[in-house]
Design a protein around this ligand. Structure first.
Ligand code: EPU
Length: 418
């Protein structure tokens, strides 16, 4: 298994480009099967999760072509298999995103039920109940969700809890359904807006994305078109956290600062000096870190996908803080590894009580999920000596060329072969 070796202590300086967003690209790729025309994608991030989504679409009969300008085209006119196999779903839970589109366009889907994962049990009951309200018949059989519908009908749906992929699945199910669908208590994440914008650009009628009430009027068919994947706010936030921790001075280009407001405001409270333009964020950190309390919440609250990174920031701050994880029930797996590096953190229920320390030391640590991996890399960047992060296949699911980007900014980080 590949590992990352980091020698801590380098100040990050310089500028990098933000990649396309994983969590925007995955639902948009799934949504492309709602049209039988060609859809061309620009700015897709080069990530394992994107490869897995292509593998899934390919296994369903979708033609995928990479042209000379590195743009991918997806053509689902030959789609003839309506199944997402367990082998794929177990490596990427977001495979569930093809459920709404398959049911909406083909009236059938067989998707392996995603199990729990390192950050929680993560059921999909809100997706299934809402699809049933639209007329789908759903059974669980042999570890698979087996769903059928002659034609989905618009419905007035109130989600039992805020769910990002659930909202995305229901948007996709409703786009070609008979009549109007209203989604209440919908997720407001920017990636939901990206999906709605893409679908509207190829002929869908979706209003209200970005609010908690989304209204969709079914249309007969969708056109082909082009899609530029917007920047990844969590990737950008992770590099800004790295600069804060290393007392660095960096600029991230090709990023929309408006999407990062909840992260930038916390970094400012930490003491960072932040400047933005329409498409860049610059950060400079010259002082000791002020601790900041964090409560993760669905958007526009503080993102759970930045919680692990802020755990390290607080662990190296000059005081005490509390981080409360409200979205997932088990997203503190990184803490035990941070404690091994010298951090002073205790977990009680959904709270992490953190007492900042002046310095931490490098160690061999194990990544348990995507954002936990990012957090351990950040810890390695500011630790004394050498840190080896094991199981980095997690990081390759969601961060494009992370060691290259960090090296470019001056970090001492290399990938060790298997
Ligand atoms: N939930 C239910 N029932 C459901 C759906 C969700 O109880 O039917 C619960 C979950 O267990 C969780 C909470 O609701 O406690 C929120 O889960 P949500 O459905 O919003 O999460 P998700 O859609 O599975 C997406 C992102 C995650 C991100 C969360 C929260 C994608 C592909 N994944 O997951 O991204 O953490 O929203 O913002 O968009 C990551 O990128 O590292 C990542 C985990």
């Amino acid at each position: 298994m590949e590992k990352l070796k980091i020698i801590g202590g380098s100040r990050l300086e310089g500028s990098i480009e933000c990649s396309g967003s994983k969590n925007a690209a995955l639902p948009i790729l799934a949504a492309s099967i709602l049209s039988d025309r060609t859809i061309t994608f620009d700015n897709l991030p080069y990530l394992q999760d994107i490869t897995t989504m292509f593998e899934l679409l390919g296994s369903m009969g979708v033609d995928i072509v990479l042209d000379e300008s590195m743009k991918f085209s997806v053509d689902s006119s030959n789609l003839n298999n309506f199944e997402a196999r367990y082998e794929l779903v177990k490596t990427m839970r977001a495979s569930i995103l093809v459920l709404g589109a398959l049911l909406g366009r083909y009236g059938q889907a067989k998707i392996a039920l995603p199990g729990g994962c390192a950050i929680g049990t993560r059921p999909v009951n809100f997706h299934l109940t809402a699809l049933e309200q639209m007329g789908a018949e759903i059974e669980l059989d042999g570890g698979y969700i087996v769903a059928k519908a002659k034609k989905l009908s618009g419905a007035d749906i109130t989600f039992g809890g805020v769910t990002v992929t659930g909202t995305e699945n229901l948007i996709m199910a409703a786009v070609l359904a008979d009549g109007k669908t209203v989604l209440r208590n919908a997720a407001r994440e920017p990636e939901v807006v990206d999906l709605a914008n893409f679908l509207n650009s190829i002929g869908a009628k979706i209003e209200g994305a970005g609010t908690d009430e989304i209204r969709i009027t079914g249309v007969a068919e969708l056109k082909g078109g082009d899609c530029f994947i917007p920047s990844d706010r969590i990737e950008a936030g992770t590099y800004l956290a790295a600069a804060t921790l290393t007392k660095g001075c960096i600029t991230i280009n090709k990023v929309d600062p408006n999407r990062l407001e909840n992260i930038l405001s916390k970094l400012r409270l930490c003491g960072a000096d932040i400047k933005t333009t329409n498409e860049s964020v610059s950060i400079e950190m010259n002082s000791d870190i002020n601790p900041v309390d964090i409560q993760t919440q669905p958007f526009p609250g503080f993102p759970t996908d930045m919680q692990a990174q802020f755990t390290v920031i607080n662990a190296l701050s000059k005081g005490s803080s509390v981080i409360t994880e409200n979205v997932f029930e088990n997203r503190f797996m990184h803490v035990q590894e941070l404690v091994r590096m010298g951090c002073n953190i205790s977990i009680q229920g959904k709270n992490a009580f953190i007492q900042g320390v002046k310095a931490i030391t490098g160690a061999q640590v194990m990544a348990t999920d995507l954002r936990a991996s990012a957090c351990l890399i950040l810890a390695g960047l500011c630790a004394e000596g050498e840190t080896i992060v094991d199981r980095i296949y997690h990081i390759d699911r969601g961060y494009e060329r992370i060691e290259e980007k960090l090296s470019y900014l001056g970090a001492n980080i290399v990938r060790l072969p298997r």
